[in-house]
Write a protein that binds this ligand. Structure first.
Ligand code: PGA
Length: 250
């Protein structure tokens, strides 16, 4: 049985003092869960969050990284830098980065490879726009994004990749895909992985749903056959609400 992984994506929110008191509160609220809990925080919160999360079951991730190790890339942060301070996870290819910062399937693939070189676990986002959905292209878009993202990875690396299926029209809009729709798209992604890497890999790979996940809809989404947890934006900004998503079974 695959585990459930619930990751918060704070995006560009939270000052260091807010991050510290958030994690202080969340610690007690999620200490008994068997689900994996990850917070993907802004770079400036990473160090404080790692310190505060020490000795808890909360893991810390970044929201992006550069694919080069070092060099003349003003304003960028590399995988080596993240690993050096103890970061475990990194979101790669979030739709906001694809949309506003020219992230492409090619750069996503390079970043995933660089993440593995630095022993970071990537959380890779794929998802269709409303226009693509309405023109019946969802399956083609999400399977292509998945294939290109994972291109050239070993079976073991694919097993250790977390994929987040996030339909762009559901992000931050309050519109959630129905659990049936989300589960179907995630099955299509899993089948694509099976075609390329085999069933032993596709059975193991964690595929989350993201897009307006809240405590009210988490249970319905996460209890489907193929959704292995969620990548949570807006609802992860409040520790109580986020803990209810983590503890969705209760
Ligand atoms: P949302 O964001 O939960 O606010 O819709 C999800 C995401 O962008 O990862």
């Amino acid at each position: 049985m695959r585990r459930k992984v619930i990751a918060g994506n704070w995006k560009m929110n939270m000052l260091p003092n807010e991050a510290i008191s958030y994690i202080e509160k969340l610690t007690g609220l999620v200490k008994d869960t068997k689900n994996e809990v990850i917070l993907c925080v802004p770079y400036t919160d990473l160090f404080y969050s790692l310190m505060q999360a020490q000795g808890t079951n909360i893991k810390i991730g970044a929201q992006n990284m550069h694919f080069e190790e070092k060099g003349a890339y003003t304003g960028e942060v590399s995988g080596q830098m993240l690993k050096a301070i103890g970061v475990e996870y990194v979101i790669i290819g979030h739709s906001e980065r694809r949309q506003y910062y020219n992230e492409t399937d090619e750069s996503v693939n390079k970043k995933i490879k660089a993440a593995f070189e630095n022993n970071l676990k990537p959380i890779v986002c794929v998802g269709e726009s409303l226009e693509q959905r309405e023109s019946g292209k969802t399956k083609e878009i999400i399977t292509t994004q998945t294939r290109l993202a994972l291109d050239g990875l070993s079976k073991d690396q694919v097993k250790n990749t977390i994929i987040a299926y996030e339909p762009i029209w559901a992000i931050g809009t309050g519109k959630t895909a129905t659990s049936e729709d989300a589960n179907n798209s995630i099955k299509e992604i899993r089948e694509e992985i099976e075609k390329i890497y085999g069933k032993d890999v596709s059975d193991e790979v964690i595929i989350q749903y993201g897009g307006s996940v809240k405590s009210k809809n988490a249970k319905e989404l996460f209890e489907t056959s193929d959704i292995d947890g969620g990548l949570v934006g807006g609802a992860s900004l409040d520790p109580e609400e986020f803990s209810k998503i983590v503890n969705y079974e209760e």
